[in-house]
Design a protein around this ligand. Structure first.
Ligand SMILES: Cc1cc2nc3c(=O)[nH]c(=O)nc-3n(C[C@H](O)[C@H](O)[C@H](O)COP(=O)(O)O)c2cc1C
Length: 213
């Protein structure tokens, strides 16, 4: 197990990278581990209302940068992850999840009926906008998992809300799909010229943020 000092050192080491070294690519085995980590992200009920697009195609990155406040990370990164949310979780998504649960865990399928009822009840209490917002909240958990995993592997990342999701949807062909862009996260290796790497972390003191009760 990683000791607590290593953990905190890696979390201190990570920062929202502004300049990537465009020549350094993430090795395939590490990228595999990052993808596995994203798959392992927990979500409400376990419903996983998301899809993650991993973009290395230079032409696609170049189309996206102008809809990303021209932030250079989009084209200079090794891999651009676009995190998308399932627009509307339906009963068939709940069924698919329960089929998978049964396939992985076996047992009595009928025993899952109360769980199904709970999920359908939860979803039926939300309108389309609320369902999308719920799905987006789950996507942010995946972003956290992605950033932390990357830091543990000493891979740099920049969480990025400074994009135009509708344009991303258009370019990535999502408009007629069930998914919509939430945010992006370029991954790669920091450039030696990125002065942001040297800046002190700005975080409130622990006693302001954490309260023991
Ligand atoms: C959801 C989210 C969206 C962000 N969007 C951007 C962005 O579009 N561009 C950027 O350079 N940084 C972006 N940031 C980075 C934050 O500014 C940064 O994480 C924060 O200032 C703390 O600094 P640190 O991550 O370097 O420790 C974003 C961060 C988060 C969590």
């Amino acid at each position: 197990m990683m000791n607590k000092q290593e953990l905190l050192e890696n979390l201190e080491w990570r920062y929202a990278t502004k300049l990537f070294d465009a020549d350094k690519k993430i090795p395939a085995d590490l990228m595999d581990a990052i993808e596995d980590s994203m798959v392992l992200t927990p979500s409400s009920f376990g419903l996983q209302p998301w899809k993650f697009l991993v973009i290395t195609d230079r032409a696609v990155k170049e189309k996206l940068i102008e809809h990303s406040w021209n932030q250079p990370q989009v084209t200079q990164c090794s891999h651009l992850v676009v995190l998308t949310a399932l627009k509307e979780t339906t009963e068939s998504d709940v069924n698919a999840f329960l089929d998978d649960t049964h396939a992985k865990r076996g047992g009595d399928k009928e025993g899952l009926a109360p769980y199904k009822g709970m999920m359908l009840g939860f979803l039926s209490n939300m309108n389309a906008e609320q369902k999308l917002n719920w799905a987006k909240s789950q996507v942010y958990i995946a972003l956290g998992q992605l950033m932390t995993t990357a830091a543990m592997l000493e891979i740099d990342a920049c969480p990025m809300e400074g994009i135009t999701p509708a344009k991303y949807d258009e370019i990535l062909g999502l408009e007629d799909s069930r998914y919509t862009t939430v945010l992006a996260c370029p991954l790669g290796y920091r450039s030696a010229d990125d002065k942001y790497a040297e800046l002190a972390k700005v975080r409130y003191e622990k006693d302001r943020v954490i309260e023991s009760i």
